[in-house]
Design a protein around this ligand. Structure first.
Ligand code: NDP
Length: 295
């Protein structure tokens, strides 16, 4: 019996950040300025504040300029749209990221639609999702693009493989399916209405789990030798009274004997997201400067 390998997303992400930093140095040498990423944070959500702080730190560590805009939860939609308009027109800003979720009185789709698609480093604008869907060059959502990088690193050519994506969000599931289709996988998208999810998952050479339900996908659902990418980040009660820990959407320990390879949680997909965000910012900066992107 074989035992599956754990995919080290943390190490892969660190390598990608080094590549991005090298690309940034080349960009600075030819353009005489740093690529810039603007992050907009609305409200006081603690988890979002931590994400934004990490993004800022890593942006600077990669040699880029970080601009942070904090606004109170009481900001009106119009005021937020005005801020984005300003950033669209600011030449120092190559990437704009609005940290989600936004307060309920603000229409997220309207905010995303306001971002210049050329600066949409989250890849959430319909112009970018449309370009991805028809196979044109696009800014692609960071988490699924990170998953694809890990899959190609592990498996090489993905063409002809059966891929099952569990989850159909605009942020993860749908763009993940589009990327896998672009790699010529046979793609199935499963969701909360899918019948007999276990047997659907059992067909897959590649399973991508993006559900948000702790350890929902069981080990014996996995076809022997499949590669599993676990996007889930779920906080559950820990062993000690009052403590918590993070688990994925896949029952990892159970799955390991079945898989060829699997991403752990934490340390798998999570670290890839920011690394790809930095990569997307460099790609956007190069496209705006009319030069080829090095990554
Ligand atoms: P959403 O809540 O937007 O989407 C979840 C999807 O899972 C939906 O399509 C839903 O189906 C489906 N689903 C829910 N219950 C079931 C079920 N019982 N069986 C099958 N499918 C089900 O989540 P996201 O896509 O935004 O995120 C998914 C997970 O990934 C979360 O844990 C999130 O924290 C994590 N995440 C991690 C990131 C990272 O690593 N950096 C980045 C983004 C997300 P339906 O559409 O029918 O409701």
């Amino acid at each position: 019996t074989s035992v599956g390998k754990l995919i080290d997303g943390k190490a892969f992400a660190a390598g990608l950040r080094v590549e991005v930093a090298q690309g940034v140095a080349t960009f600075v040498a030819s353009q005489g300025r740093k690529p810039g990423l603007a992050v907009v944070l609305v409200g006081e959500d603690a988890a979002s504040a931590v994400y934004v702080r990490n993004k800022g730190k890593m942006t600077v560590a990669a040699g880029m300029e970080s601009f942070e805009f904090r606004r109170p939860a009481t900001i009106s939609e119009d005021e937020l749209l005005e801020l984005i308009e300003e950033l669209n027109g600011d030449d120092r800003v190559d990437g704009i990221l609005v940290q989600l979720p936004l307060p309920k009185h603000i229409d997220e789709q309207a905010v995303i639609a306001k971002i210049d698609p050329a600066k949409d480093v989250d890849g959430f604008h319909v112009v970018n999702s449309g370009r991805l869907a028809v196979g044109l060059p696009a800014l692609v959502p960071c988490t699924p693009l990170g998953c694809l990088m890990l899959l190609k690193d592990e498996l090489g050519d993905l063409s002809g493989l059966e891929a099952v994506v569990v989850g159909r969000s605009n942020i993860v599931g749908k763009p993940m399916a589009a990327l896998l289709l672009g790699e010529s996988c046979t793609v199935t998208i499963a969701h909360s209405r899918t019948r007999d999810l276990a047997s659907v998952v059992h067909r897959a050479d590649i399973v991508v789990a993006a559900v948000g339900r702790p350890e929902m996908i069981k080990g014996d659902w996995i076809k022997p030798g499949a590669t599993v990418i676990d996007v889930g980040i779920n906080r559950v009660p820990g062993d000690e009274e009052g403590s918590t820990r993070i688990v994925g959407d896949v029952a990892t320990a159970e799955a390991i004997p079945h898989v060829r390879a699997i991403t752990p949680v934490p340390g798998g997909v999570g670290p890839m997201t920011i690394a790809v965000l930095l990569r997307n910012t460099l790609v956007a900066a190069c496209a705006r400067a009319g030069i080829a992107a090095p990554v």
